[in-house]
Write a protein that binds this ligand. Structure first.
Ligand code: HEC
Ligand code: HEC
Length: 203
């Protein structure tokens, strides 16, 4: 009994900060124009998937767009990001994370297998990416690390170029050098491996 009370006390702050998925769904309507009705995104470089991706990461990115640490004025204006409350942002992220595209329609969650040398990509991923983005490529929500395995490779390719061109900060560290020495071929290889981790490409 004592234990139960302790558990209740420990979880109380979480309960009082309850996530409202219905509110998240309502607020997310303004995102559908670019990210798709279910947050599925499109295979191009400019419509990343949000469905099923770590909520902690999404919250961090939405705040980065609002604070102009990531630059995307069209998105900030179209969805009036400045008028969202902190609760709204938490709700939107939790709503998108909760979406299982395969349940909505089989195939909707598919990620194209990127051409390239998967084995070479595995070597690099295992050495240099796995510690943060995890072995299964699903990221870590609480640490704000994205799920590469659920994301469209053309979008990821573009983001890696942005890291190389110093137009976006990787790993919250302006001094980060992860991508400095990679050739385009090596990036293609990493993406070939990462996209092979998507559930539909797993053999
Ligand atoms: C006008 C089109 C547009 C609208 C509307 C829009 N977005 Fe975006 N969003 C984009 C584009 C384009 C990117 C990727 C661009 C970039 O930063 O490189 C993006 C990126 C993101 C990312 C980062 C994804 C990642 O993997 O890093 C998040 C999170 C996001 N949007 C959330 C939202 C939410 C939540 C809404 C609605 C409240 C929204 N967006 C509305 C166009 C839009
Ligand atoms: C020390 C931890 C760490 C390591 C190692 C790491 N990353 Fe990341 N990565 C992050 C974090 C944190 C972010 C989110 C950055 C942000 O908030 O904008 C990120 C973001 C990304 C993104 C952007 C995804 C998106 O949805 O926009 C890509 C692509 C990426 N990493 C690829 C890689 C690859 C490939 C490697 C290995 C070569 C790697 N990362 C190694 C921590 C790491």
């Amino acid at each position: 009994m004592k234990r139960l009370i302790l558990i209740l006390l420990l979880t109380l702050p979480l309960i009082s900060n309850a996530i409202d998925l219905e509110n998240g769904k309502k607020q997310a309507r303004s995102c559908a124009l670019c990210h798709g009705v279910y947050g599925q995104g499109t295979p191009g470089p400019a419509s990343p998937r949000l469905a099923g991706t770590p909520a902690g990461y999404m919250v961090k990115e939405i705040e980065a767009y609002i604070n102009e640490e990531r630059i995307n004025p069209r998105m900030v204006i179209t969805s009036s990001l400045h008028s969202l409350s902190e609760e709204d942002i938490d709700d939107i992220a939790a709503y998108y994370e909760s979406i299982n595209l395969e349940k909505i329609r089989p195939g909707l969650g598919d990620i194209p297998q990127w051409p390239g040398n998967k084995e070479a990509g595995y070597e690099i991923y295992n050495e240099e990416c796995k510690s943060c983005h995890r072995k299964n490529g699903m990221g870590k929500s609480r640490k704000g690390i994205p799920a590469l395995a659920l994301q469209y490779p053309r979008y990821l390719y573009r983001q890696i170029k942005m890291f190389q061109w110093d137009k976006r900060v990787h790993d919250d560290d302006p001094e980060d050098e992860t991508f400095d020495d990679f050739t385009d071929r090596q990036i293609e290889d990493i993406l070939a491996y990462v996209s092979s981790l998507a559930p539909n490409n797993k053999k």
